[in-house]
Design a binder for this molecule. Sequence first.
Ligand SMILES: O=C(CO)[C@@H](O)[C@H](O)COP(=O)(O)O
Length: 241
Amino acid sequence: MTSKPLSGPAAIAALPRNRLLGEFSLWSADLANMETDLRRIEAFVDLHHIDVADARFTPGFLFFPDFVARIAKSTAKPIHVHLMVEAEIVEEQTRQFIEAGADLISVHAENGEAGLRAIAVAKELGAEAGVVLRLETPVSAIEPFIDHVAFVTLLGTLIGVKGQSLSEKACDRLIEARSLLKKAGREDRVILAADGGIREQTVPLLRQAGAQTVVLGSLAFGDKNLGDRIAWLHGLESRVS
Ligand SMILES: O=C(CO)[C@@H](O)[C@H](O)COP(=O)(O)O
């Protein structure tokens, strides 16, 4: 059992702002040897990223509250749950994943008013909230959420499928999101995240376009020298001030 120094909004507020963050997607871990992978990555993790998919909003089905509860016992690092679910269940799923130990819940902007209600629930229950956009949704869809979230995540690939290449629209979408955050006076309060298509050749481009965290799948879990990979990631500079 590992005890957490900080949780919820305090854990998210304490994340470093002076370098690119490494958010580790447990979907890409060795699912048969999760405890071994958790021990291997613990020193390098800024956030754990846990995808939740309901096989309706997304093609597939992924992870559940008991999984989050078990992971929470084996890490001192914050847990980010990405809810890829239909609007009618997003509030209840938010509740269940926070009770299980999520520090940050991100809902999809495509959930509309239900997404905003889920964010209010997350805050009432003492967690932090974020918003995510599918690749095909206009970036302006984050606007109703900007004042209520600490994280904005842009998918750089089609939703719910791993192993894909980054869309050529991804960097321009990050630049647009950054300018909307700036316009709203929220660029110092919100972390901009890139999820999907995170590869050796795409991370520098995403960083230069303003990504402050990247969701690492095979790039981290497939790397035998994780320390060097993370040192490289931390050294990448942003062109966006
Ligand atoms: O949700 C996603 C991808 O959309 C990530 O959480 C996956 O884990 C990424 O895996 P790779 O494609 O980088 O191997």
